[in-house]
Design a protein around this ligand. Structure first.
Ligand code: WT7
Length: 651
């Protein structure tokens, strides 16, 4: 059933910039004649020095390196702002919807946004920011967050946005890793009627012994809540803005200069700073926004992500603004104060395209269709999905109930590392199958390989890899180029390993089956199991911890933690609550364990390696000996029976 085909609606087929034949031909050319193709695509951007070279990239160890448009120069903020002024200066660039629906929205034209960004850039310069410096942005979803990104881009500083839901500990780690000298934050954020103490969190982060690089903190007055200001270090943004010149020349940047870094979780170690380039990244964000969503000037575009994630970077800020779009930024939560809110926002701002995550859809579905039915949604023409596999049931609901059967569903598969959509439909060019992200984007040489790296042809299932570079690809891990190479290019030499599994069906459609590594996807956000484990073992009562994903109706995956206590500690409900709270304060609410199972022992091989395969099965509720598979290689097979027995009490 889930393989039903939803054909391209006639109106989309008639007016979209790409039809089925054109998409296929474009894709073929992008691979067969890549250099010419990409130099042509590069003309979407406004270059100071147009590039004469496309890709100088190799995934092989001997000459490993990734470069695009390496002799081109440009400025990203000028591409998102200045170049629109002559023709579209009075068009709305950012529409802002506040958390509280009784408050008035804000809007900024391209001209106004340009002026704000220029001033902001001057404030950053006054605070000592120079080209190449790292600036940490820890902000709520207010227009000033987008301005901060663009102001960094304007002066060639590298921004590192840390999601406002991360704890002071996590923030400090990210500040220290990239040696950030400036933090941009707000007094408080607001989400679902609650306040988030952002400035207090910054203070707590900077008070930690290891967090010593920050000299200046700029604070946007968002709620007016009381905060402590440290003289000499902290300044109010509005006061600083009053004293600076209204214009700021855009720094000439090389295409390969880093635009930003963004920390993301991997299967091992600390989160890594994913580094994105200026030219290739912006081209990828802009091109994929235009192709996947067939964006037309005048359409109101709403990517309902947070600017703290890559989705917000590429599809709230950079892609849409490079394309001269009207981009809606929403401060709050999709279902607050009621489950109708997301659709009310659509109606209020006449949203043409909504781009959100399956976890949001599943939560809304559960609340009942009447919350949707009481809104109009007549403006909606297109619906997007991102962050995790969309289950066919949620797809059908999105398509049938939210979109009333009228709006194609654009399910985009990609990653923080890829910069923008990699496998996705185009509304006028792709017949849809619920649950499939469909086909690769131009230049994306997707392959399915088996465990040994052998390329599988035709209908097949295995590991998803990308066989050549594309412009939006991350360039390195901040300060650790070796880790970049090791993480992504050694499992299947010569190819980029995505960490995802995929199936390709007989029609060539790709179906992402989920991560094949120790990364779990909680509500469309990536969480490294190793990170949660490290947080748990930091607690005085914990001897050892093993974390795996478990199926979760709303979140997609939940966090299941097996915890072995130190000798003398007793399991209790109290301790379970304490440890849950502990993880929240070490990492943030998104890392909250859904289940903690106290385990007297963990299943290990004789060489001491934890057998996660077994832990995953038990977390999924598999208890039969047959499902658990061979346990004879374990040092102590009896721990499995113990775990199965004690599971009943917790999950
Ligand atoms: C991982 C990347 C893409 C930006 C937001 C998340 C999963 C993402 C899809 C999709 C199936 C998806 C993958 C991927 N994922 N989109 N449409 N279908 N899976 O970025 O935090 O870097 O996570 O999210 O497992 O590897 P991220």
């Amino acid at each position: 059933m889930s393989e039903d085909l939803f054909p391209i609606p006639a109106d989309w087929a008639a007016h979209a910039r790409m039809n089925q034949t054109a998409r296929a031909a474009d894709y073929r050319r992008s691979l067969d004649d890549g250099d010419a193709y990409w130099l042509e695509q590069a003309q979407r951007l406004d270059w100071i020095t147009p590039p004469t070279r496309a890709s100088d990239s190799s995934f092989d160890e001997a000459d490993f390196g990734i470069q695009w448009f390496a002799d081109g120069t440009l400025n990203v903020s000028a591409n998102c702002l200045d170049r629109h002024l002559a023709e579209r200066g009075d068009v709305t660039a950012i529409l802002w919807e506040p958390d509280d629906p009784s408050e008035a929205p804000r809007s900024l034209t391209y001209r106004e946004l340009h002026a704000e960004v220029c001033r902001f850039a001057n404030v950053l310069k006054d605070a000592g920011a120079r080209r190449g410096d790292r600036i940490t942005i820890y902000m709520p979803m207010i227009p000033e967050a987008a301005m901060a990104l663009l102001a960094c881009a304007r002066i060639g500083a590298i921004h590192s946005v840390v999601f406002g839901g991360f704890s002071p500990e996590a923030l400090a780690g990210r500040i220290t890793d990239c040696d950030s000298s400036i933090v941009v934050t707000a007094d408080e954020g607001r989400r679902g009627g609650k306040r988030v103490p952002l400035k207090a969190n910054v203070d707590a982060a900077l008070a930690l012994d290891h967090c010593t690089s920050v000299r200046r903190v700029l604070v946007v007055r968002a709620t007016g809540g009381a905060v402590a200001m440290q003289p000499g270090r902290d300044s109010w943004y509005d006061e600083a803005m009053a004293g600076v010149a209204p214009d700021c020349p855009a720094e000439v940047m090389n295409a390969e200069d880093p635009l930003f870094l963004l920390y993301t979780s991997g299967s091992t170690g600390k989160p890594k700073g994913v580094v994105h380039s200026s030219g290739g990244y912006l081209l990828w964000a802009s091109l994929t926004h235009a192709l996947c969503f067939d964006y037309r000037p005048g359409d109101v575009w709403w990517c309902a992500a947070d600017v703290g994630w890559v989705t917000g970077h590429s599809y709230i800020v950079y892609g849409p603004l490079a394309n001269g779009a009207t981009t809606l930024m929403y401060e709050g939560l999709p279902s607050w104060p009621t489950p109708s809110r997301i659709w009310e926002v659509v109606d209020r701002h006449q949203v043409h395209t909504l781009f959100t995550a399956p976890t949001v859809l599943r939560a809304l579905m559960k609340e009942g269709d009447h919350h949707v039915a009481k809104t109009s949604r007549a403006s909606l023409q297109l619906l997007g999905s991102v962050g995790e596999p969309i289950n066919p049931e949620a797809w059908r609901w999105y398509h049938g109930v939210a979109g009333e059967g009228r709006c194609p569903i654009i399910d985009t598969w990609w990653q923080t590392e890829t910069g923008g959509a990699m496998i996705a439909p185009m509304p006028g060019a792709t017949d849809l199958k619920p649950g499939s992200a469909t086909f690769p984007m131009p230049g994306v040489e997707a392959q399915i390989v088996d465990g040994e790296g052998a390329v599988q042809d035709g209908a097949s299932e295995g590991n998803l890899v990308i066989a050549r570079s594309w412009p939006g690809q991350m360039r390195t891990v901040w300060n650790d180029h070796e880790r970049f190479f090791q993480t992504y290019f050694t499992t299947f030499p010569g190819k980029y390993t995505t960490g995802d599994g995929a199936r390709r069906d007989e029609d060539g459609y790709y179906w992402i089956t989920g991560r094949v590594d120790d990364v779990i996807n909680v509500s469309g956000h990536r969480m490294g199991t190793a990170e949660v484990e490290s947080a748990l073992v930091l607690h005085a009562t914990v001897a050892e911890a093993a974390v795996v994903g478990m199926p979760h109706d709303i979140k997609g995956q939940g966090i299941y933690a097996y915890v072995t206590l130190n000798v003398g500690e007793e399991p209790s409900e109290d301790l379970r609550r304490t440890l849950t709270q502990w993880v929240r304060s070490e990492i943030g609410p998104i890392a909250t364990p859904d289940v903690i199972q106290f385990a007297p022992g963990l299943p290990k091989t004789r060489s001491g390696k934890i057998m996660r395969r077994i832990l995953r099965k038990i977390a999924e509720g598999e208890v039969s000996a047959q499902a658990l598979g061979d346990v004879s290689t374990l040092a102590d097979p009896s721990v499995v029976a113990d775990l199965v027995r004690s599971r009943a009490g917790v999950a």
